[in-house]
Design a protein around this ligand. Structure first.
Ligand code: ATP
Length: 254
């Protein structure tokens, strides 16, 4: 089966005044994959995502999402994507159930809080306010809100930043489950270990350009085949393993 691009970005350029934040970027995202945009702060990842999400105008280039052009059909694109909102977007005094009802209403879609909260293992927190959730629960809730309109693609911008190792792993499992149900996932992250275990393919972005795009395994194999060797011998465990070992099972109640 040939892979179908569900997102196609061609020669995307975004300038803020004289500054070129995205400098002639081209890539495809295939249907059903977890695709990672990796790179340092200021590389242009968020700007690229925002153009694809139809939230930001581009300077030039062509972007197609699920067969629709960001120029000609932004409303059709909005209907088939889910975008993770920043925490500040939530009403502080509503509980999770009420927030789901609110968002469903905004989309004009009937979804019960239970069915949405079940998807992210937060049914027990349905009466809790967003501000009282742990960091991992907040991220899971915001992912639930991206799923209300049954999107074909969801966009997650650094969803695990600031989470502890177990909460990160919980979130990876959740993201994999969402992909198993058929949703394409586009994610940005600074964590290379995360990209290595989670993403089917990654694009490295630096200074507004893509400097490499491939699967994590292919990147690593190519580097090793080129004669690269790590200076230090690799330890058979790391501090994160120690942390998880000391604090108990990987899955814990947050
Ligand atoms: P981070 O990992 O920090 O989120 P990023 O790769 O997502 O970084 P962008 O947020 O896309 O990077 O920013 C790319 C560059 O464009 C940065 O140098 C940033 O300062 C600049 N930039 C972003 N938004 C604007 C704006 N509205 N006006 C001017 N410059 C901007």
């Amino acid at each position: 089966m040939t892979k179908q691009p569900i997102i196609s970005v061609k020669n995307l350029v975004k300038k803020y005044g004289d500054f070129t934040a995205v400098n002639d970027i081209s890539f495809d995202v295939y249907e059903g994959e977890i695709f990672g945009l990796l790179g340092p702060n200021g590389a242009g990842k968020t700007t690229t995502l925002e153009v694809i999400e139809t939230l930001r105008d581009k300077t030039s280039g062509e972007v197609m999402v699920n067969g629709f052009s960001v120029d000609k059909n932004p409303d059709a694109i909005k209907k088939c994507i889910g975008v993770q909102l920043q925490a500040a977007g939530y009403y502080p005094n509503l509980n999770l159930s009420e927030l789901i009802v609110l968002f469903s209403g905004l989309y004009g879609i009937k979804k019960t809080p239970k069915e949405m909260l079940e998807k992210v293992a937060l049914v027990e927190k349905s009466k809790a306010k967003y501000k009282d959730l742990s960091g991992g629960q907040k991220q899971r809730f915001s992912i639930a809100t991206t799923l209300i309109n049954d999107p074909k693609i969801i966009f997650l911008d650094e969803p695990t930043t600031g989470l502890d190792p177990q909460a990160r792993r919980n979130l990876w499992d959740l993201i994999r489950e969402i992909r198993e149900r058929g949703t394409t996932v586009v994610i940005t992250t600074h964590y290379m270990d995360e990209a290595e275990v989670l993403c089917d393919r990654v694009a490295f972005v630096d200074g507004g350009r893509i400097v490499g795009i491939d699967s994590p395994d292919a990147f690593i194999d190519k580097l090793v085949a080129s004669g690269f060797e790590r200076k230090k011998e690799v330890k058979s465990a790391n501090l994160e393993d120690v942390f998880i070992n000391l604090t108990g099972k990987e899955w814990r109640e947050e």
